[in-house]
Structure formats: structure tokens, C-alpha cells
Write a protein that binds this ligand. Structure first.
Ligand SMILES: C[S@@+](CC[C@H](N)C(=O)[O-])C[C@H]1O[C@@H](n2cnc3c(N)ncnc32)[C@H](O)[C@@H]1O
Length: 247
């Protein structure tokens, strides 16, 4: 009985392993054939994600010289590279504007980009980010943050929604009245609540699915423009109440 059980477990293990291998082979084949991977290599971007921001920006004109922008979930750094390129002064004389990038993981430096390593869900990270901004109001917040996927769709969608909600709270508190927030979301449980939150928080809301975002992926981007005064007031009241509750 014991031997039979051991054999069954071994077989399940082998089956699981071969499925994983198949999936990673399929991923590799797709990656090698991916035109955006080739383009990213050609242009020196650190990942194909660069083209998602480039495409959304071509439609929505979010990145202009002079802006102050925060890039959440910035590693390995392709979005920060695009932001830097767009804010670059002619003749290589630095940038016109301000870029602060944040990620859980380390990121190779990019000239003129202030990078902070930390978990955006933690208050201490938020304080460091606010200190780096030195009270400056922002024109743009972009968030490509994505949790490590567990493969359990509902859990992954919930973690994603959690990060999106934190990005909305941060943006509402720090954006200028005509500022914008771009956030990666996953279609799935929690998605409609995030859309509702965007509608409560911003005057204008749009959904974007750039071509560079793989069609089969649940990934989509929400764009909110001009934080509503009511959202700011609600956030202030919430923060006030939290401070009040502190022992
Ligand atoms: C898809 S990648 C971002 C790619 C990036 N936009 C680029 O262009 O290179 C998602 C990133 O989100 C980061 N991330 C996930 N959860 C985070 C958290 N709680 N705080 C900060 N960064 C987080 C991950 O470490 C990962 O580097």
C-alpha cells in the first residue's frame, strides 16, 4: 500500500514537472518569436513592457517635458527608460522634470531617475517615497506593479486589485488637479471593484489594452484623469480617522 502510494505520488510529481517544463518551453518559444522582445533589444529597452507605455502614451499624451512622475513597480526599468527619454533635455543635459521609481526588487541605475527599493504596501516605503518627493505634487503616476503569480487566479486577481487600490490612494493624495494615474489590472475577481474605485476617484476613466500586452493575458490598464475633490476629501477623512484611532 505504502509503495503504491509512493509510486502514485512520484507519477503525479513527474506529470507536474513535465507540464511545468512544457509551459516554460512554450513561454521561451513565444518569447523568442515575440516582435516586441526583438524591438526592445534593438532599442536598448530592458523589457518589452516599454512598448505598452509608448503605445498608451501615443494615444493619451501623458508624458510631457517638465512633468513630475512616479513609476511604481519599475524594475527592470523599461518604463523609467521611456519616461527618461521623453523628459530628456536636448544635448544630453539631464531631464526637464522629475522621475521617482520604486520597486520591491533592485533596479540597475538609470541616469536622472531616483530609485527607491521597497514594498509599496508598507507604510515605511510610502514615507520614503513621500520624502523623496519633498512635497512636490505629481503630474503622473504609472503603476505596472504585479505580484508574483501563484497560478491561483482568484488569489492573484485579489493581490493585483489590492496593489491597484493602493496606487489609487497614493495618486489621489499626490496628483495635481489635472494629473493622471495609469495602473495595470487583471480581468478577474476584484476588477469591477477597481473600475468602480477609479470612477469614484477620477473625473475621466478609460480602459487601455495596448497591442504589446499579450492578447491572451488578463492584463489591462486603467487610466484615471483629474482626481475628484470628493475622493481627496474622503481620503483625508479616512487618514484623519486613522490618525484619530491611533493609541
Ligand atoms: C511587470 S514588472 C514591471 C515592469 C516595468 N514596468 C518595466 O518596464 O520594466 C512588475 C514589477 O512590480 C513589482 N512589484 C510587485 N509588487 C510590488 C510591491 N508591493 N511594491 C513594489 N513593487 C512591486 C515587481 O517586483 C516587478 O518588478
Amino acid at each position: 500500500m505504502w509503495a503504491a502510494e509512493r509510486l502514485a505520488r512520484k507519477q503525479v510529481g513527474r506529470r507536474g514537472m513535465s507540464k511545468r517544463k512544457k509551459l516554460s518551453r512554450a513561454w521561451l518559444a513565444r518569447h523568442i518569436d515575440d516582435p516586441y522582445v526583438k524591438l526592445a533589444q534593438k532599442h536598448g529597452y530592458r523589457s518589452r513592457a516599454a512598448f505598452k507605455l509608448i503605445e498608451i502614451d501615443a494615444q493619451d499624451r501623458l508624458i510631457r517635458p517638465g512633468i513630475a512622475v512616479v513609476d511604481l513597480g519599475s524594475a527592470p526599468g523599461a518604463w523609467s527608460q521611456v519616461l527618461r527619454e521623453r523628459l530628456a533635455r536636448p544635448g544630453g543635459a539631464g531631464i526637464d522634470g522629475r522621475i521617482v521609481a520604486l520597486d520591491l526588487l533592485p533596479m540597475e541605475p538609470i541616469p536622472d531617475v531616483t530609485f527607491l527599493q521597497g514594498d509599496f504596501r508598507e507604510e515605511e516605503t510610502l514615507h520614503r517615497l513621500e520624502a523623496a518627493l519633498g512635497g512636490a505634487k505629481l503630474d503622473l503616476v504609472v503603476s505596472d506593479m504585479a505580484p508574483n503569480l501563484s497560478g491561483i487566479a482568484s488569489a492573484d486577481a485579489a493581490r493585483m486589485a489590492d496593489l491597484a487600490e493602493l496606487a489609487v490612494a497614493f495618486a489621489v493624495a499626490h496628483l495635481k488637479p489635472d494629473g493622471a494615474l495609469l495602473v495595470k489590472c487583471f480581468h478577474g475577481s476584484g476588477y469591477s471593484q477597481v473600475v468602480e474605485l477609479f470612477k469614484r476617484s477620477f473625473v475621466r476613466v478609460a480602459v487601455r489594452k495596448p497591442k504589446a500586452s499579450r492578447g491572451a493575458s488578463a492584463e489591462t490598464y486603467l487610466l484615471g484623469r483629474s482626481p475628484k475633490a470628493s475622493a481627496r476629501a474622503a481620503l483625508g477623512a479616512e487618514q484623519g480617522a486613522a490618525a484619530w484611532d491611533e493609541p
